[in-house]
Design a protein around this ligand. Structure first.
Ligand code: PXP
Length: 245
C-alpha cells in the first residue's frame, strides 16, 4: 500500500494572500520525511492553488515521484506530456466546484474517445495513467476498455455517508476494488479520507494506493507536516497489518 499526499491546500493558503508562503515545495520535503510515497498535486485550469512553477519545482526536487491530477484538457495534457510526472490521474473539473465532486463521466461515446486519446498519449510518454471514477461497475469496465492502467475510486460518498450508511458505501468500495483487480486494473482510492475514516478503506486488500490531502494538510497546521504524514502512514500500515499484508 502506497500513501500519496496531496499538497493542493498548502498552495490554497498561499493563494489566499497571493504571496509566496506557505510553499508546497517545502511542504513536499517534509511530507517525504514523514513517509509520503509520492506527492500529488492538481493543476487546475483556473490555477486556484497549484501553478506551473510548483509542478516544475516539485518534479525537480521530489525524491519519490509526482502524481499530477489533471482534467482532460489540451493545455494541461500538453504540460504533462512535456514534463512527465511519474503518474497522471485524469479527473473531472468544473470551475464552480469547491473540490472535485464526482468521478470522471465516461458515459458518452464522445467523452470516451477524448479520455482514450488522453490515456493513449500519456501512456506513450511513459506516464502511468489512472482514471478517477465513481465505484460503479460499468464505469470500471469502461475505464479498462479505454486503456487505463489504474483507477482511483472516489471515496467521497463513503466519507460523507451518515454513520448507518457507511457500511453500505464500504461494501460498494470493496466490490469495486475487487472487480478492478479482477479485470487487470491497479486500484487506487481517495477523496475525503481522514484520520477517523481511513482505516476500513486502507484495509481493502486490492487497494494499492491512497491519495489524501485536506485532512493531512489540516492536521499539519497543528502538528507539522512531517508528523501529520507519519501519523496517517501509521494508520494505513496498521490497517494492512491487521490483514497480514
Ligand atoms: N484524489 C483525487 C482525484 C482528488 O481530486 C483529490 C482532491 O484534490 C484527492 C484524492 C484528495 O482528496 P482530499 O483532499 O479530500 O483528501
Amino acid at each position: 500500500m502506497r500513501l500519496y499526499i496531496n499538497l493542493d491546500h498548502v498552495a490554497t493558503v498561499r493563494e489566499a494572500r497571493k504571496t509566496d508562503e506557505p510553499d508546497p515545495v517545502r511542504a513536499a520535503v517534509l511530507a517525504e520525511l514523514g513517509g509520503a510515497q509520492a506527492i500529488t498535486v492538481h493543476l487546475r485550469e483556473d490555477r486556484r492553488h497549484i501553478n506551473e512553477r510548483d509542478v516544475l519545482l516539485l518534479l525537480k526536487t521530489v525524491r519519490t515521484g509526482v502524481n499530477l491530477e489533471l482534467a482532460v484538457e489540451e493545455e494541461v495534457l500538453e504540460f504533462a506530456l512535456e514534463h512527465r510526472p511519474v503518474q497522471a490521474t485524469l479527473v473531472p473539473e468544473r470551475r464552480e466546484e469547491i473540490t472535485t465532486e464526482g468521478g470522471l463521466d465516461l458515459g458518452e461515446a464522445k467523452r470516451q474517445r477524448r479520455v482514450a486519446d488522453a490515456v493513449g498519449r500519456l501512456r506513450q510518454a511513459g506516464i502511468r495513467t489512472s482514471l478517477f471514477i465513481d465505484p460503479v461497475e460499468p464505469t470500471i469496465r469502461v475505464a479498462k476498455e479505454l486503456g487505463a492502467e489504474a483507477i482511483e475510486l472516489h471515496t467521497g460518498e463513503y466519507a460523507n455517508a451518515a454513520r448507518d450508511a457507511r457500511e453500505g458505501q464500504l461494501v460498494r468500495l470493496r466490490r469495486a476494488a475487487s472487480l478492478g483487480r479482477e479485470i487487470g486494473l491497479a486500484v487506487h482510492a481517495g477523496h475525503g479520507l481522514t484520520y477517523e475514516n481511513v482505516t476500513p478503506v486502507a484495509a481493502i486488500p486490492e487497494i494499492e494506493e491512497l491519495n489524501i490531502g485536506h485532512s493531512v494538510v489540516s492536521r499539519a497546521i497543528f502538528v507539522g507536516m512531517e508528523r501529520a504524514v507519519r501519523e496517517m502512514l501509521e494508520l494505513v500500515q496498521a490497517a494492512r497489518g491487521r490483514l497480514g499484508g
